[in-house]
Design a protein around this ligand. Structure first.
Ligand code: 5GP
Length: 193
């Protein structure tokens, strides 16, 4: 089963995804390809496959991507081959992708489960973006506007099955775990019934 997790930056998405990978039996991570430069926090080949613009374009031309998109000026894409392999092994494949990607997956793979993580409020979102103390106020405001646009798109696209509010990290993770478990149970009933 494919599980798409999306949400604006500052919503705690990567922590949620990390915890889901630890807790859900048989879960694995879909390692995206990207042209963005790797940072010190990235583990190449584990978090992302870091590609040059030319390499990325070659995969596009070869039709290797299930979806791809431009985010903040860099290209990101999900390679089909490893996902096929993992689905064949009945694994739960977790994709951390943006809304543009979520919409493409929704159109191609109707049985993907797509979950969007929401901040508790707009104020909380702005607060979280500020608390990272990484960027100037101007950049923070830009990310905030971008995040609000992404939330609107997620709602209007119809691509997401569930919206989970990250008011409390542990509660949000538990909610997603049970959404995934319920969906698994529903599918196995459909198969045996
Ligand atoms: P970051 O560069 O901060 O790791 O990721 C930026 C954004 O790109 C995040 O919203 C992340 O979910 C999204 N992203 C990561 N991989 C992919 C991908 O393969 N496809 C799409 N569409 N978005 C991705």
């Amino acid at each position: 089963m494919m599980v798409v997790i999306s949400g604006p930056s500052g919503v705690g998405k990567s922590t949620v995804v990390h915890e889901l990978l630890e807790r859900i039996p048989g879960a694995c991570f879909s390692i995206s390809a990207t042209t963005r430069p790797s940072t010190r926090a990235d583990r190449p080949g584990k978090d992302y496959h870091f590609l040059s613009a030319e390499e990325f374009q070659r995969h596009v031309d070869a039709g290797d991507f299930l979806e791809h998109a431009v985010y903040a000026g860099n290209r990101y894409g999900t390679l089909i081959a490893p996902i096929r392999e993992q689905l064949a092994q009945s694994r739960i494949v977790i994709l951390d992708i943006d809304v543009q990607g979520g919409v493409q997956i929704h159109n191609k793979m109707r049985d993907a489960l797509a979950i969007f993580i929401l901040p508790p409020s707009n104020e909380a979102l702005l607060e979280r973006l500020r608390s990272r103390k990484r960027e100037s106020e101007e950049i923070i405001q830009m990310r905030y506007r971008e995040a609000r646009r992404e939330i609107e798109q997620a709602h209007s696209s119809g691509a997401y099955n569930e919206f989970v509010i990250n008011d409390d990290l542990e509660r949000a993770i538990t909610e997603i775990e049970s959404i995934v478990a319920n969906e698994q149970a529903r599918r196995s009933q459909l198969n045996t019934g």
